[in-house]
Design a protein around this ligand. Sequence first.
Ligand code: FES
Length: 176
Amino acid sequence: MSDQLTTIDPLYQPVTMPDEVAEFSPEVEAEIDRHLAKYPVMRSAILPLMFIVQRERGYLDPPGVNYLARRLKLRITDIWEVATFYSMIHTKPIGRYHIQVCRTLSCRLLGAQKITEHCSTRLGIKPGETTPDGKFSLSEVECLGSCGTAPMFQINFDYHENLTPQKVDQILDSIG
Ligand code: FES
């Protein structure tokens, strides 16, 4: 029965967790302490701490997950279920520029698919992939709250709106 589930359940993703636990500098530990002090319940600090671990390690790697579980006194699965829910938390290495194309209703009606295809063709990667030089990652995400200026995408923390293929080229050219 479990073998059957392994093959038919698309959500089944075995993850190997090593014993290694991430370590951080005293400055980063102090930053984490400051966040923990803000919340009456420790687990409420899970997202700010995830961002710190991701910033320090490039992505939320298994040692980083182990660290969070220890620090927040949670199970590995508690950390993992939050990490895999949010598109801004990366559980695998991500490019220096992360292009997140909104694919929800307004953007979709106004050409999001064309924008994604244009990015794919130009960069030679599909959504979910990273260029071999590690420069760009491409993702499709749900509504980014900028529906009035659809279609749009986010690159790292910047929004780019009212996109056309020509505008995408200009933006990517400016990144270099
Ligand atoms: S539908 Fe794209 S930002 Fe809301």
